[in-house]
Design a protein around this ligand. Structure first.
Ligand code: X2X
Length: 365
């Protein structure tokens, strides 16, 4: 009886081990099967922009480092959302897009706190932006987006948004009066341009290029290296004002639903790919605009530097590039005070204060 009992417990143990092994291999199989044949990545502008280059780099690194298991295809020019670029965040939450390299501007209709980066004349330097992203503010935003179903993998950049137009050089707020300008479909941009006496029209980027060519609007605002140069806007808007009025960070993100399906080792690989793509992408966006630092980074990475000096490049093509003096910029800042006041309430005073504190750290370094 006793012997028999021992035997049967051994058998039971063996059976249990066998069951575990079967279960484990089943799990392995299940994990292998969770990969989709294709993951979709949304990008608003085209492949030649700083966004396109960064997204493609990310997708390539992920494919390479997962041995092809995670195959990300980049959908450029807003192909995934049929026009409405301010619905990108929604698509990401729903998992219609699995990944995105997206602008906080396009996500701000769903996440009002992201208007922080669009507060006019709030950021003065790349260092301030870097400190805000690396600091408490960046952590807060990452947390908030996670609550909403979007996982932040890293931060990229479109750049400081500058004003370009076809009518006249703009140096003072009065020069903006009556100018018809295309802006993104996010209310803070409408408010800012109205405060300056201009006439803003909200339009998707996909329609904007034709609108510029047809002269439907006089001007627009976008970063030099991120958009203006790759989109050859000098051909339509030969006056550029370097007013640095807002900064436009991009976010490498995954839909949290999709993110949850990846095993830990794959998550790690994707996060590292985002980190590497971020360094490259930011350097492309800042090349020639940060005192040689980003050109140097690209060189060290063995990357080609297409345009070392974007301002000289544009001047050679007949563009009048206006650099504002601190006093001239202060006049624009003063003219948009009401916008900052109103939008600080919408964003939340606490978050704006957090960002002020992070910016102060950049200044004290
Ligand atoms: O629409 C724009 O201006 C662009 C491409 O910069 C954004 O998506 C915010």
């Amino acid at each position: 009886m006793h012997r028999l009992g021992r035997l049967s417990s051994r058998m039971l143990m063996a059976a249990a081990l066998l069951a575990l092994a079967v279960l484990a291999s089943g799990l392995d199989l299940a994990a292998a099967q969770t990969f989709k044949p294709e993951y979709k990545m949304s990008v608003v502008p085209g492949p030649d922009t700083a966004w396109g280059l960064g997204a493609q780099r990310f997708a390539d690194l992920v494919r390479e480092r997962t041995g092809g298991r995670v195959n990300i295809k980049v959908y450029y020019s807003g192909q995934l959302f049929a026009g409405q670029q301010t619905s990108e965040f929604q698509l990401l939450r729903q998992g219609v897009a699995d990944f995105s390299l997206g602008s906080t501007i396009n996500w701000s209709p769903q996440v009002p706190q992201l208007n922080l980066f669009s507060l006019p004349f709030f950021f003065d330097s790349y260092e301030e932006l870097d400190a805000v992203i690396a600091g408490e503010t960046g952590r807060w935003i990452t947390q908030r987006l996670a609550e909403l179903g979007v996982t932040v993998l890293g931060w990229g950049e479109n750049g400081f948004r500058e004003f370009s137009n076809s009518v006249r050089p703009v140096r003072r707020p009065e020069d903006m009066h009556g100018l018809k300008a295309r802006v993104v479909g996010s209310q803070i941009f409408i408010d800012t341009f109205r405060a300056l006496g201009a006439n803003p029209t909200a339009m998707n980027w996909s329609e904007a290029l034709t609108a510029f060519q047809q002269g439907v609007v006089d001007g627009q605002e976008n970063p030099l290296t991120g958009i203006y140069i790759p989109s050859r806007l000098w051909e339509v808007h030969p006056y550029v004002t370097m007013w640095h009025y807002t900064i436009d960070p991009l976010i490498f993100a995954a839909s949290s639903r999709v993110w949850a399906t990846f095993p830990d080792d794959v998550k790690q690989i994707i996060l590292e790919a985002a980190k590497d793509a971020e360094i490259y992408q930011k350097a492309v966006a800042r090349a020639g605009l940060d005192g040689g630092r980003s050109v140097q980074i690209l060189r060290e990475m063995g990357e080609p530097v297409a345009i070392e000096d974007p301002i000289a490049f544009l001047e050679e093509r007949g563009v009048t590039v206006i650099q504002l003096t601190p006093e001239e910029r202060a006049a624009f800042r003063a003219a948009t005070q009401s916008v900052r006041d109103r939008w600080t309430q919408i964003i939340g005073e606490d978050l704006v204060r957090l960002a002020e504190a992070d910016k102060a750290k950049a200044k004290s370094q």
